[in-house]
Design a protein. Structure first.
Length: 110
């Protein structure tokens, strides 16, 4: 993934501020806010990994389960007409709406 780093199943964004001459980012795809910055690309990678470790350690200290990105469930607002069309299409294939949507998205993201 371009502009992302991965560490321990967490993803971090990569941005560059040309005025301040710093790299910065945050742990993406979780609700908690954990950001990091550095002056070089290598040190940004290290800062990201430290931010992930700090986040996990803080959660353990507070006896809170760390959020995991991509839990496998997704709430999507479709609108009544699209909902109806998807339900009918799924019924014609004798599969659930959930399976129909998952199959369709899987094909679209190959």
């Amino acid at each position: 993934m371009k502009d992302f780093m991965q560490y321990k199943s967490y993803y971090g964004s990569v941005h560059f501020d040309a005025e301040e001459l710093i790299f910065h980012g945050k742990i993406e795809f979780i609700r908690a806010h954990a950001s990091y910055e550095a002056t070089t690309a290598r040190s940004l990678r290290k800062a990201f990994e430290e931010a992930v470790d700090d986040y996990i350690n803080l959660c353990h200290q507070q006896d809170v389960k760390p959020e995991k990105p991509f839990k496998g469930s997704l709430n999507v607002r479709l609108g009544p007409d699209l909902h109806k069309r998807i339900a009918i299409a799924a019924a014609h294939k004798h599969i659930s709406i959930n399976k129909y949507i998952a199959d369709t998205l899987d094909k679209a993201t190959d």
